[in-house]
Write a protein that binds this ligand. Sequence first.
Ligand code: SF4
Length: 363
Amino acid sequence: MENGSKQIRSKSLTGGTKERSRASTASRRTSGEDAPEIPKRQDPSKVVWPQKLLLASPRGFCAGVRRAIDALNRLVEAHPRQTIYCFHQIVHNTYVVSEFESKGVKFVNSLEEVPENSIIVFSSHGVSPQVRQQAEKKKLKTIDATCPFVTKTHLEVKKYASEGDKIIYIGQSHHDEAVGATGEAPESTVIVQTPEEIEALEISPSQKVALVTQTTLSFDETEGLRQALKSKYPHLIEPSHSDICMATQNRQNGVKELVQSGAKVVIVLGSANSSNSNKLKKVAEKMGVKAVLIDEISELDLSLIESVECVGLTAGASLPENKITKALEWFKDHGTKTIEEILVADESSISLPTVDTHQPSKA
Ligand code: SF4
C-alpha cells in the first residue's frame, strides 16, 4: 500500500460509487511542518458550515478490538452474579470502558486489587509474564483478550532474547502494550521512541541486535527510526512483516486519502489514551492540515470547521461505530450537503494471526 499506485473507491452516502487510481500517498506528502494552532471556540451561529464531509473507511473497531470486547461480553453474560475484573482498560476507549463498568466490570491497574480466585481478563494490549505469574499465585481464572498481533510481538521478543540478541523496541515506554511486550525479556530489551534515543544507544558492535515495534505506531515515523537503526546497526534483525498491524496501517492510509481527496481539517474520534487514534491525528498534521482528536463530536471546537469547505472524519480502532453515525447526523443536521465515504482497504476478509500461545485457564 505504501508504494506504487493503489485503487481507491469512494462512495457517496447519498448514492453512487466511483473508483480511481492514485499514486502512493507517501510520494505526495507535504513538507511535514506542524499544522497551525487551533483557534478558540466561536459562537456556533456564526459558523459557515462545511458543505462536504469525507468519511474514511476502514475506521473504528478493528478485528482485535472486536475480539477483546466479545470475550469480555461473553464473560459478563456467563457470570451475571460475579464481578469480572479486567487488567487495564479492555481497549483504550472511554465509552467502551464505561459501558462495561455499568455492567459491573472492574478495571484494575494492579492485581493487588483483585481478590483470590476471581475471574480476570487481560486486555487487548497484553500483559507481561510477571503479571501472569502473579495471577497464577492468586489462583485467578484468567481470560486472555490480548490481540494476536500484540502476541506476535511478545513471541518475537522471547525468540530474539532466547537467541542472545539485544532487542530494540520502538514504542511508548509507558503504554500497556510496550510494558507487556518488553516484560517478556526486560534485561534484553531497550525501548526507543526518538532519533536522539537511537543516537544515544550504546550497544557493542559485536552484539546481535533485533527490532520489535509497538503495533499501533505511525508507519511513516517508525520507518524513519527503523532506517536510523539500520544505519547504526547494519545487521539489524527484523521480523519478516512489520509489527505495525494492518488495522493501524489501513486507518493511517485512510487519513492520507482524506487529505489527498480535499479534506482541509481531519476530525479523529477516539480517546486521548488511544495510541492509534493519536497517530491518526499526527498523520493528518504531517500532511499539513489541522486535525483534532476528540471523544465525540459534541466536543468539537467549531472554530476549527469555520468556513472550511471539506472536512475529513475518521475514528481510532477502539471507537464504536455509533459515535460515527452520531457525528454524521450532526453534520447533516447543521447543513453538510455531501457525505462521501473513501474506501482504502477492505477489512472484511482480514483474519487475525493464529499466534495466541498464552493458554488461559477456564472461567
Ligand atoms: S489496532 Fe491492531 S494490534 Fe491493536 S487491537 Fe487492533 S488489530 Fe490488534
